[in-house]
Ligand binder design. Structure first.
Ligand SMILES: Cc1cc2nc3c(=O)[nH]c(=O)nc-3n(C[C@H](O)[C@H](O)[C@H](O)COP(=O)(O)OP(=O)(O)OC[C@H]3O[C@@H](n4cnc5c(N)ncnc54)[C@H](O)[C@@H]3O)c2cc1C
Length: 370
């Protein structure tokens, strides 16, 4: 049987609202490009061993095999995935903190990894002048700083990874959302051909993510409701705020979160992962503690980097309050339960979890029934 390819990607993902716009299928393919929030097919594929279907985060994924490959341990089926250390952190660099979304842990860790020679470059997302997210290759601390801040619109980050020349030997860091990191982990498990060596990606920083917004529709909403040239920052403050905030040069504009929800990517309803479970280090906000990040360290490489950053005084850390950890676990579990319920509703069959392979009915029941 031939490997599944573009036709199946189209039928099973692109036409069913499951595309996460992560870019894993684009960038190294002559037939697929990202365009205005969608993956567009330019022509029929004639390649005998297509790679587009294989790495999509919404096609068949052996979660157990991915976990074994990344962590050398079984997938835990708990709220947060494999975690070696939990902490709160913020940058000690005032300049980074001023530009960053919260504590600047992401920007700081990447800049530090670059300065230490642990990575040569980093794939990040920055905002264009009209506030669209753009994935790019940052080669210096100055360029890494250009990525600081969150844009809640989905961005095809992995397209930028796929565009790196095949003969490049540069080591890479990457910052990505959970769906993007799942696709990246599938690449690590089963390396792509005719592309730069995926083993060169040796620092994976994941962002917590409840959902991302659809580029096409949400950007239209933004243009109607504010002067984009004046926008400095977007934020979704933690519950109970229930707001989407736009910071502008002439004051802040807030929208009820309910109004923003209509722009959420459909695929987010089927995503089980809130905390980027296959990253080296996952970073989110520290609920109720302004200017700090929650940090989950998952791998030995992550531990080494964090310890070095603390030892050099680059990163300031504290224990995460128990209450924050409990809230995070509840939020992550709720995302799993909702996604599983939506998946089973879509397939009508607890044994068919669309893209997640190897989950027993017992485990599915555990999440569905509680
Ligand atoms: C779509 C989205 C949803 C999120 N949802 C949550 C959530 O529910 N709960 C929570 O606690 N945190 C969430 N976050 C993460 C949060 O907004 C911060 O990015 C995170 O806490 C790191 O903060 P920091 O101060 O270290 O960031 P910074 O040091 O400012 O670094 C931010 C990094 O995010 C990257 N980035 C920005 N926009 C995007 C994008 N669209 N796609 C990929 N990478 C991007 C930048 O390249 C940069 O490296 C979300 C982020 C995104 C992009």
């Amino acid at each position: 049987m031939n490997a599944k390819g573009l036709r199946e990607l189209q039928e099973e993902v692109l036409e069913t609202g499951l595309c996460a716009y992560c870019g894993a299928c684009a960038g190294a393919c002559p037939y697929l490009v990202s365009y205005k929030g969608r993956i567009v097919i330019l022509d029929n594929c004639t390649i005998p061993e297509p790679q587009c279907y294989r790495y999509c985060p919404r096609t068949d994924t052996d979660i157990e095999a991915v976990s074994q490959h990344i962590f050398s341990e079984a997938y835990g089926y708990n709220e947060l995935g494999t975690v070696k250390r939990v902490l709160m952190a913020r940058s000690t660099d005032q300049h980074i903190r001023e530009r960053a979304q919260y504590g600047g842990a992401v920007t700081t860790l990447l800049s530090f990894a670059l300065a230490e020679g642990l990575i040569d470059n980093a794939i990040l997302t920055k905002m264009s002048l009209d506030k669209l997210p753009i994935a790019f290759l940052a080669r210096s601390k100055k360029e890494i700083l250009q990525g600081a801040g969150s844009n809640f619109i989905a961005c095809p980050v992995l397209e930028a990874l796929n565009q790196i020349p095949e003969d490049s030997t540069d080591t890479l860091g990457i910052v990505a959302t959970p769906c993007q990191i799942l696709a990246l982990s599938k690449m690590k498990k089963n390396p792509p051909q005719n592309r730069a060596d995926i083993a060169n990606v040796n620092l994976v920083i994941g962002l917590f993510c409840t959902w991302a917004l659809c580029l096409d529709t949400f950007h239209g909403f933004l243009k109607e409701n504010c002067d984009l040239s004046q926008v400095i920052k977007f934020d979704i403050p933690p519950p109970p705020a229930n707001r989407f905030d736009i910071y502008t040069k002439s004051g802040n504009i807030s929208f009820p979160l309910e109004q923003i929800r209509e722009f959420i990517m459909t695929t987010c309803n089927y995503c089980l992962d809130m905390t980027a479970e296959f990253a080296d280090i996952s970073v989110g906000s520290a609920e109720g503690i302004e200017g700090w990040n929650t940090v989950l360290v998952r791998t030995d490489a992550g531990i080494e980097l964090i310890d070095l950053a603390i030892a050099r005084g680059i990163l300031e850390t504290r224990d995460l309050p128990d209450q924050n950890l409990a809230h995070l676990k509840t939020a992550a579990l709720n995302k799993k339960k909702t996604a599983l319920k939506n998946i089973v509703e879509k397939t009508g069959n607890k044994k068919d979890l669309i893209y997640v392979r190897g989950v027993s009915e017992d485990i599915a029941d555990k999440f569905l029934d509680n």
